[in-house]
Design a protein around this ligand. Structure first.
Ligand code: ADP
Ligand code: MG
Length: 400
């Protein structure tokens, strides 16, 4: 797309972890990640929009600190205003010159941005109607929000000539590599707390024969151990819809017994200390907090022999002292793999960044949910909207 001199609405996802009291930015990976797109828009008039958290949360704040950090990562002059679409914002948007970036405030300060609905409904919002009239082009670089259908993700796309940003392109490229022809053996490591976003991924990639081994940690490991008739203790509140997911896990274990790998031992807290036990000897009714040492060794060996590794979600409650071994060791094993490696999900990526090993992975995703949706075979509303916009552009090019 020709962007020189054009007035561009650039939707990004620079929703970042903040210090709960000072609101200082703790990890700026997502801000750094949009710099390629901004570089390419050097001659455009860029108005940048993002959300930060959502109403009711402690980190639902202004984007002023984000704009400050953005100055480090782009060559343009960056300004922030404390408005989204009021008269002040509209006036300032009108004044933006080529080579300048204007950062609007948290888009979710405008209540309509929190609506998740069909694009044809969203085009009727004041937010979309007012913003659309001010721009020549819309660029979506918010891969991490592309699984939502919200006004600035799918609504503006319906009304303006639209394109994907470079980060969006890179993220979609990584998932395509995984879903089309991953180099084999291809190993998945899935952990974390939410089984509802991991089970659909396991179902889809195994049905399409895109993975050779799935190594389980975190809460998904407990579900699949139970589905294999190993009665590991767990807290019923850990899994919503337990019966439903247990049934789905049972089916998977039956069909793919040698591809789904569960822990051989687990770590528990006993008298304030970590102790590891084989999966069939739980020391109490307390839930396990990490995978055990023998499991770490077993998983590391499988990872060593892989040509592709994908990881999402920590293997244990890494926030607690002594229960980060599983996650840290497995991350290090993946970092040493020579093949194609992808990590995603806020917790895992944050940990890799803290340990300074993030550059050792082939692709570090800025998303959790959006990537898992794609791996589960679902389409992303934000991407579908871009595809429709591209078809529109081609259609009108053919007409003229
Ligand atoms: P991510 O955001 O990294 O994709 P999730 O949101 O699914 O991952 O889950 C992250 C959370 O999972 C962490 O806060 C971690 O403490 C928790 N977790 C990991 N392992 C366990 C476990 N064995 N039992 C309970 N919670 C766990
Ligand atoms: Mg999470």
């Amino acid at each position: 797309m020709e962007t020189s001199g054009k007035k561009v609405f650039l939707r990004v996802d620079i929703n970042v972890p903040l210090d709960p009291s000072t609101h200082e930015i703790l990890d700026d990976t997502r801000i750094k990640a949009i710099s390629t797109t901004l570089k390419q828009l050097e001659d455009a008039r860029v108005i940048l929009g993002s959300h930060q958290s959502r109403p009711g949360k402690d980190d639902f704040t202004s984007l002023e600190p984000h704009a400050e950090v953005l100055r480090k990562y782009c060559g343009q002059k960056v300004r922030w205003i404390d408005d989204v679409l009021g008269p002040h914002a509209r006036q300032e948007i009108g004044k933006v010159q080529p080579g300048q970036v204007l950062v609007l405030d948290n888009l979710r300060f405008c209540s309509e941005e929190n609506i998740d609905d069909r694009p044809d409904k969203l085009v009727k919002t004041h937010l979309v109607k007012r913003l659309a009239s001010l721009f020549d082009l819309y660029i979506n670089d918010a891969f991490a929000t592309a699984h939502r259908s919200q006004p600035t993700i799918t609504g503006l796309t319906e009304l303006l000539p639209s394109a994907a940003g470079r980060l969006m392109e890179k993220e979609l490229g990584a998932v395509s590599t995984l879903l089309l022809e991953p180099k084999r053996p291809c190993v998945y490591v899935l952990g974390g707390a939410k089984v509802e976003d991991k089970v659909p991924v396991i179902e889809h990639i195994l049905a399409r024969d895109k993975a050779d081994r799935i190594l389980l940690g975190g809460v998904p490991a407990k579900l699949f151990l139970r589905a294999s008739d190993v009665k590991v203790p767990f807290d019923a509140t850990e899994i919503s819809n337990y019966e439903l997911f247990l049934e789905r896990a049972r089916k998977l274990v039956k069909s793919y017994r040698d591809r789904i790998v569960v822990p051989v031992d687990l770590a528990y807290e006993e008298r304030g200390k970590r102790t590891d036990h084989a999966v069939d000897v739980a020391p109490s009714t307390d839930t396990a907090l990490d995978v055990g040492k023998r499991t770490i060794e077993k998983y590391s060996k499988i990872i060593d022999g892989a040509a592709t590794v994908v990881a999402n979600g920590p293997l244990g409650v890494f926030e607690r002292n002594g229960f980060d071994w599983g996650t840290k060791s497995i991350l290090e094993s993946i970092a040493n793999v020579k093949g194609y490696t992808v990590i995603g999900g806020g917790h895992l990526v944050g940990l890799a960044t803290i340990h300074g090993i993030e550059s050792q992975f082939s692709h570090v995703s800025t998303a959790g949910g959006a990537m898992l949706s794609l791996l589960a075979g679902q389409s992303l509303p934000g991407v579908d909207a871009l595809v429709r916009a591209a078809a529109r552009t081609r259609g009108s090019a053919n007409d003229s």
